[in-house]
Design a protein around this ligand. Sequence first.
Ligand code: XIL
Length: 378
Amino acid sequence: MNSSSPAQRTRRRARAVLAAFTTAGLAATGVVALAGTAQAADTLGAAAAESGRYYGAAVAPNFLGESGYASTLNREFNSLVAENAMKWDATEPNQGQFNFSGGDQLVRHAQSQGMEVRGHTLVWHAQQPGWVQGLTGNNLRQAMLNHISGVASHYAGQIDSWDVVNEAFEWDGSRRQSNLQQQMGDGWIEDAFRAADAADPNATLCYNDYGTDGINAKSDAIYRMVQDFRSRGVPIDCVGFQSHLDSNANLSSYQQNLQRFADLGVDVQITELDVGGSGSSQANVYGQVTRACVAVSRCNGITVWGITDKYSWRASSTPLLFDSNYNKKQAYQAVLDALNAATTTHGGGDGDAPGNGSAAAYHPAAWRESGPATEQIT
Ligand code: XIL
């Protein structure tokens, strides 16, 4: 693939609209990064925006009423993802009956704050509703396609990046033998991407997985899949690296791994970062991940898998940037410093963006897009 598909070009138009919207939002709070200055921002989102990136958090709608939760989210982050509210069990609890209440609440919150939204996740072997688990063969295939179409079209125009398929590979690089794989065979992943593209041509479509924090058998297999998809025109735009880590993580090939995917012509995003541990060892790993992302021009942004240790899915590992009382941890400062030190702006990977552009806009789409920011999303 040496040129963008029409669908990909359309995606960039949508992001330009978002860019204009969010830039206005940031201007209102007085944190617009000035082109060419080294001014240090004092929140994660503003610091990421200086190099054209987002800094997001996984969010649960039921905590938005807690003032510390909401105020930390609103102050620090310029992107959010639903921790559970957009998964298959939440959005289609009965076959053909969709429930978007939690996801819609999050999208409304994000829009009111000028945040981007990541969509997570259209197809996964876990958190499937019970009715899916009993389906076989073509019935499962039709159910998957209908699910993707129903959810992605409901949110079309509101989601910046979708995790279309989550966790389809084993450590050894073989396909995970989930019901999806066993009932549909190898073609199910590309079928899922094609269905997502048809339902929301504007979203950046990602494959997302864990244990891909360096060059290893699993990331090699995903690399070959992405290479194959790009060569055959299967609409994949991005690879997500969950990065559920611990303080002793070996990240010696982390940046190199991000870069090799970026070199295939896809964006890379850190999608579910958390680091078990505390103090300087935890801060050190957070710092390394952040520096790796900002050194790769196609690394669009980072999402941490929660705001506070209090509500982390790994709460006993205290893996997040804010403690249970919403105090900033040492890791927070490591991330903020690394974001502020970024010298590589996001947006250099598309060929139509300035490699060393100004960071005046919130989102790189503003550089990639020549059309007016008021263009309609269709
Ligand atoms: C986790 C949530 O954080 C939990 O609340 C839920 O009980 C299970 O799922 N990889 C993923 C995420 O892609 O969706 C998972 O989220 C964590 C691992």
